[in-house]
Design a protein around this ligand. Structure first.
Ligand code: FAD
Ligand code: THG
Length: 834
């Protein structure tokens, strides 16, 4: 601790992220902050030192769009001796294809959902009015966002450094961190050529050097440094005299995504960035880190490879014909970071406490990410949901050099592509398959990928049954966009689940064993429900953050007094449990040891669900699977078809049935036995598409989708899983403080009035006839049971009353919908408890 009683913080890296973090920490009273950079200040030579600073705020991710909005707000309030750090010149994305033009409407929807102001579709005349260099005949229209603009990142770094220093921070240049010191699993300082700088908290903001700094503590930082071409033209006559005074730009920043290009003005020249070239991965070991004294020798700037730029130059001239009179004058291949899913990386080392990273962050999101990290450090949680950024979101197989290299390059290639929300990656595939995989292939499974797993979306074999599906259960033909990665066959699988029985491969559902005398105390202290129940019971419970926000929802099966199987949502949950177990062991050794183990690999799970589930399973076992003998939310070990299983009577699709867990080597035998026994009952194999639709109908929440840390359990409709008298747990105090206050918003079910128009998620929701979005869709599906499209949406309380008429905007079209009572299907729980 420092003299002031706040932790001593070392920030590695004085780029836009490190500088913002020092500012945000000192603003919160953590004044003992030292920012170290290997390069000279204020231009240490990282990506920030040459970033052109385009800030397009609109993003499919709510979190990233909010971070961008904060960056705009914050940088707009900063200056260096009167020179501004943000120019709100506006952002313009042009469409040169019908597909792009159509997609811009989806983007406007995101802007409305996440509160990005000033977004509207413009016609070709207006495109040219906004950006006179554009060839009117080339464009079909554009998306204009008046609040987008240009960040002058290097100037912002200076302003942030000054402000942070005025509050006590120190910035030290030309000082490389060569080691991280730790004791008893906690960081104690960083090593440099001039000695050790003591620290209680170290945050690596090393940009694309992240993996090298991570190596110092044995932390895998799954990012790939890639080179990206940026060129400046010579003088363009039509630009002369347009900018005046200190302004470097008046024209809106411009994207030409159909050619993977973006543009900004530099006085009377244009800057052109290209993603059209081959991916150019960079090996950190090849960089000349001794460079950095002059901009021309920055380690993050590699020599321009002209031949890679040639097609882009032709495309640039085609869109902006005035460029024909000039040529590229200065250009380089600049280095930045890409990740396996395109997201930033924030989080703490699993092994060395107090060592954090905040990397793979664009200038666009830098202030927002820094604010969230500062909140995380100072307050224990951020008010913006961070699960999309958490380093622990990746599965082990997704952090291998091979995976990171391939997927990050693919993300570079696809960065400006029109991507469907359900579009699976094409490679690498087949990294994880369940023991049922061969059977699934025989049944014509159409697979998607998630967490490295192959997951059936639906089974083509079921197409043979389509004729039998009663008309009321079928779905009318979808419009082309919503029809992608979807099939009418899903109707068969949903119908058979609700009327007969179906087999679902639940193997990828992450499960942990939490065992030992301290296990109950650990789980009880970490989640909201009463878990001290008889062995053989399953409890649905919530992992909250300190502010009472929902981090995740778990099913905790108590298999024996000190043995628990916990069904979780992702690696973030495992990370959380491991940290808490370690802390409990240190602080409360008297509670006894706890062992947390991921048992997902090596085991498998099949969900047997439907009104005939008991008729299918009971004949295969001597154990009692009757309603009285095996209660809803019960768990037991049993033998099914000669295979030892752990059976949980739970169902995310809201039907009678069980999750049957077995050791992986028994998987195929178990599947075959269930399938054969099910055939006379009309059993089918069913995939993710039916699964998602059925769970939505039942009103079950998808953690990270419907509900995040931004929501408390009550507004999410999950108050039933909170037992404030279950002893102390993380988030309990925050919930107690909320007692008596009424929620501002609610998660609601919507049904679509025309009973046809399917939406997909993230669309803005309006009160009927309203001009401004009041909420947004989280999940959506066709409900086969009800014969209408349905959705889940966050709405302010006054628009959340059942019967309220709302509109969902889908590609610019307002679709009338109505707030409906939850759950949409089986409110009386008769299907589950029989
Ligand atoms: P950096 O600025 O790279 O800072 C990291 C710092 O860490 C460096 O100064 C480095 O010297 C220091 N460091 C590393 N290792 C050590 C060590 N061991 N000890 C001490 N110090 C160390 N983003 C946008 O939002 N909009 C754009 O228009 C845009 N255009 C771009 C164009 C190009 C050509 C490139 C290459 C990038 C562009 N980006 C853009 C991305 C953006 O530049 C980066 O994402 C951002 O600058 C990253 O900031 P940072 O602070 O994380 O990293
Ligand atoms: N199965 C198992 N574990 C899981 C999931 C699962 N863990 C992660 C995720 N899915 C958790 N999500 C849910 C959401 C709802 C329910 C189960 C898991 C559920 N809810 C009942 C309800 O809302 O009526 C709970 C009723 C009760 O508490 O008694 O069934 O799919 N193993």
């Amino acid at each position: 601790m420092s003299a002031t009683g706040t932790p001593r913080v070392v920030v590695i890296g004085a780029g836009i992220v490190g500088a913002n973090l020092a500012d945000e920490l000192t603003e919160r009273g953590w004044s003992d902050v030292t920012v170290l950079d290997a390069g000279p200040l204020p231009l240490p030579g990282g990506s920030t030192s040459h970033a052109p600073g385009l800030v397009f705020q609109t993003n499919p991710s709510k979190t990233m769009a909010e971070f961008a909005q904060y960056t705009v707000r914050k940088l707009s309030s900063l200056d260096v001796d009167g020179a501004r750090c943000f120019d709100p010149v506006g952002g313009l994305e042009v469409a040169t294809t019908a597909e792009r033009l159509h997609d811009l409407q989806r983007k406007i929807g995101w802007a409305q959902s996440w509160g990005v102001e000033g977004a509207r579709l413009v016609d070709p005349d207006e495109v040219v009015w906004l950006h006179p260099l554009v060839d009117r005949d080339r464009v079909l229209g554009g998306l204009h966002v008046s609040t987008d603009g240009l960040a002058t990142a290097t100037r912002a770094v200076v302003a942030l450094q000054r402000r942070a220093e005025s509050r006590g921070a120190r910035f030290v240049g030309s000082t490389r961190v060569t080691g991280v010191e730790s004791a008893h699993g906690r960081v104690t300082g960083v090593r440099t050529a001039s000695g050790v700088v003591p620290a209680d908290v170290v945050v690596s903001c090393a940009g694309f050097w992240g993996p090298a700094v991570g190596d110092l503590v044995g932390m895998t930082v799954p990012l790939l440094p890639l080179a990206h071409q940026y060129a400046r033209t010579g003088q363009v006559r039509s630009l002369v005299g347009r900018t005046a005074g200190t302004a470097e730009a008046r024209l809106p920043i411009l994207r030409h995504q159909d050619a993977d290009l973006y543009f900004r003005e530099h006085g009377d020249r244009l800057g052109i960035g290209s993603y059209a070239h081959r991916p150019m991965p960079v090996d950190l070991a090849d960089l000349d880190d001794s460079a950095g004294a002059t901009p021309a020798s920055m380690p993050s700037m590699l020599p321009f490879t002209e031949e890679d730029f040639a097609p882009s130059w032709a495309d640039a001239v085609a869109l902006l014909p005035d460029l024909a009179e000039t040529k590229v004058e200065e250009a380089f291949n600049g280095i930045f970071s890409f990740t396996p899913d395109g997201g930033s990386l924030v989080g703490e080392s699993p092994d060395v406490r107090g060592f954090f990273v905040a990397e793979a962050v664009w200038v666009t999101h830098s202030a927002g990410v820094a604010r969230a990290v500062a909140q995380l450090l100072v307050d224990g949680g951020s008010d913006t949901d961070l699960h999309e950024l958490e380093v622990s979101r990746f599965e082990a197989v997704q952090t291998t050099p091979e995976y990171v290299r391939e997927t990050s390059q693919q993300n570079f290639v696809e960065i400006y592509d029109v991507l469907h929300p359900l579009q699976p990656r094409t490679s690498p595939r087949g990294l994880r398959v369940s023991p049922f995989h061969a059977r699934q292939q025989e049944l014509g499974a159409v697979f998607t990928e998630g967490g490295g797993w192959e997951r059936p979306l639906w089974y083509e074999a079921n197409a043979a049954l389509l004729e039998e599906v009663p008309p009321a259960w079928r779905e009318p033909e979808r419009e082309p966009w919503a029809a992608r990665f979807h099939s009418p066959v899903v109707a068969v699988e949903a119908w058979r689940t609700r009327t007969a029985v179906a087999l679902y491969d639940m193997t990828p559902l992450r499960r942990l064993r939490v065992d030992g005398p301290g296990a109950l105390a650990l789980l009880q202290g970490l989640t909201s429900n009463q878990l001290d129940r008889k062995p053989g019971s399953v409890t649905y419970t919530l992992a909250l953050d300190a502010a009472g926000g929902v981090r995740s929802d778990w099913t905790v099966a108590r298999l024996a007094a000190a043995e628990f199987q916990v069904g979780v949502n992702s690696g973030i949950d495992e990370d959380l449990l491991r940290r808490a177990a370690r802390e409990q062991g240190e602080r409360h050794p008297e509670l006894g040891a706890v062992d947390v183990r991921d048992v997902t690999g090596g085991t498998c799970c099949v969900g047997v669900w439907g009104p005939l589930a008991r008729d299918l399973v009971q004949p295969l076992t001597r154990d009692d699977f009757s309603h009285a003998g095996f209660r809803y939310f019960g768990a037991r070990r049993a033998v099914v078809a000669g295979v030892p299983v752990t059976a949980l009577r739970v169902s995310y699709v809201g039907e009678l049935g069980w999750e049957l867990y077995a050791s992986a080597e028994h998987g195929a035998a178990l599947w075959d036995a269930l399938f054969a026994a099910g055939r006379p009952l009309g059993a089918v194999a069913a995939g993710r598409a039916a699964f998602s639709s059925l769970r939505l109908e039942k009103g079950y929440r998808l953690s990270g989708g419907d509900v995040t840390t931004e929501h408390d359990p009550y507004e999410a409709g999950l108050g039933f899983a909170v037992k404030l008298d279950a002893g102390d747990f993380v988030g309990r105090d925050a919930l107690l403080r909320k007692a008596g206050t009424s929620p501002r918003r609610r998660l609601c079910a919507l049904t679509v009035d025309d009973r046809r128009s399917v939406v997909l998620g993230r669309e803005p929701v309006f009160v009927a006839g309203g001009a401004d979005a009041v909420g947004y869709v989280t999940s959506a599906a066709w409900s086969h049971t009800l014969g209408t499209p349905v959705a889940t949406a966050w709405l302010p309380t006054d628009a959340a009353e059942v019967g309220t008429a709302v509109e969902v905007e889908y590609f610019g079209r307002r679709i009338a919908a109505t707030v409906a009572a939850e759950p949409l299907v089986d409110p009386g729980m008769e299907r589950l408890r029989r």
